[in-house]
Design a protein around this ligand. Structure first.
Ligand code: FAD
Length: 364
């Protein structure tokens, strides 16, 4: 049996590794000239690590990644809005692993035979019968995985009437600051903007900034330094030490729900199927879950029944998490002074158990 994987990001490489481990021949078609990831961090949460365990890769990531979840959310002057029970979360759900994205890609790529990887190959059209037209010609397979991200060509080929991704109203900057001491992973909420930082295993600090802005606006690092200059430590220092050439800016998109993730011999996976806001840090974790579920269902049940089961199992879960992710981040992007004042008074009064309960469905 043969699977073609369109896209060699986290989801595509995980799917290739999962099919390869089950004895399938795989071919990974990746548009970029090499298999790598942008210069930013990624937090793989307990459920994502369990998916990696199914590939035999979980412990390698655990041993190389920062183990703690988000310590909490602060206000701009530093007081806590929400403080997580970090040890309790780890006892209940297991470890987290924050790593450089390239480290995760390297780990997954090493689990796929080198001859199966075809960088510099752009897919143009995918048909339900398993035919894939790409810049190097045409390939066919028993099963095709569309793992080509939020602007998926696979999805456009097979769901031409779907409206495509929707801009959610905020743009994101990511960068890795030079080594400096920070107390753990923290996010800080202002009005319509927030700043997060996560220590990396080598002492560097992965930082992300989200701010309301019209789609396509380009805002330079100097303006961010000015905007966040009066926020609590270490936010200004992290911005001041950032290298402006290494700051990545991307608008944030979410995918309106698809009625199904499968068409004929083709399945969508990861952001191609359910691109979500980064608020819960679940996009890559869900792509990993998709990959191992799809390979096991197709291998055990056969392509037709396996794809049906994949859709039955994965679509409700990923669409629920997409909705929760949108809701979880919404209060950070409120701009009304009375509403944010109310938020800042109300959130610290809520019991921690409420937050733990709201996270349970994603982590389990
Ligand atoms: P992608 O990573 O987009 O990979 C798609 C691949 O397909 C790319 O390599 C692309 O080059 C290739 N491709 C595209 N079109 C074609 C084509 N036509 N032909 C061939 N190849 C093609 N998730 C987490 O779990 N934890 C986090 O901490 C986290 N933080 C995030 C922070 C931010 C700011 C953002 C925006 C997202 C975050 N996410 C996080 C989400 C996560 O990054 C994505 O969900 C995940 O990377 C999706 O992986 P993917 O493989 O589905 O898609």
């Amino acid at each position: 049996m043969k699977a073609i994987i369109v896209g060699g990001g986290i989801g595509g490489l995980a799917a290739a590794a999962a099919f390869h481990q089950r004895g399938w021949r795989v071919e990974v078609l990746e548009r970029a000239p090499e298999f790598t990831e942008i210069g930013a961090g990624v937090s793989i949460q307990p459920n994502g690590l369990r998916a990696l365990d199914a590939l035999g890769l979980g412990d390698a990531l655990r041993s190389g990644g920062l183990a703690d979840p988000l310590a909490g959310i602060r206000r701009t002057h530093g007081n806590w809005l929400i403080r997580n029970d970090v040890d309790g979360l780890k006892r209940r759900f297991g470890q987290w692993a924050t790593v450089h994205r390239a480290a995760l890609i390297d780990l997954l790529r090493a689990a796929v035979p080198a001859h199966a990887l075809r960088p510099g190959t752009e897919v143009r059209e995918v048909r339900p019968d398993g035919t894939v037209r790409h810049s190097g010609g045409t390939s066919t397979a028993d099963l095709v995985v569309g793992a080509d991200g939020v602007h998926s060509a696979t999805r456009r080929s097979l769901w031409p009437r779907h409206p495509g991704p929707r801009y959610v109203g905020y743009t994101t900057w990511r960068f890795i600051a030079p080594p400096q001491p920070v107390e753990g992973s923290v996010e800080t909420w202002g009005r319509g903007e927030r700043f997060g930082y996560v220590p990396m295993p080598d002492g560097r600090v992965y930082c992300y900034v989200l701010a309301n802005a019209p789609a396509g606006s380009r805002i330079h690092l100097d303006e961010l330094r000015e905007r966040f200059a009066r926020w609590h430590d270490p936010v200004p220092a992290l911005l001041n030490t950032a290298d402006s050439d290494a700051v990545l800016q991307h608008d944030t998109y979410e995918l309106p729900e698809l009625p199904t993730y499968v068409s004929g011999k083709v399945a969508l996976l990861g952001d191609a199927a359910h691109a979500m806001t980064p608020n819960l840090g679940q996009g890559a974790c869900q792509a990993l879950e998709d990959a191992v579920t799809l390979a096991s269902a197709a291998d055990i049940l056969g392509v037709r029944a396996g794809l049906e089961q994949y859709d039955d199992v994965r679509r409700p879960r990923t669409q629920t998490i997409t909705r929760r992710s949108r809701q979880a981040g919404a209060p950070a992007h409120w701009t009304s002074p009375p509403l944010t004042a109310l938020r800042d008074v109300a959130l610290p009064l809520l019991p921690r158990s409420l937050f733990n309960r709201s996270l349970t469905p994603a982590y389990t």
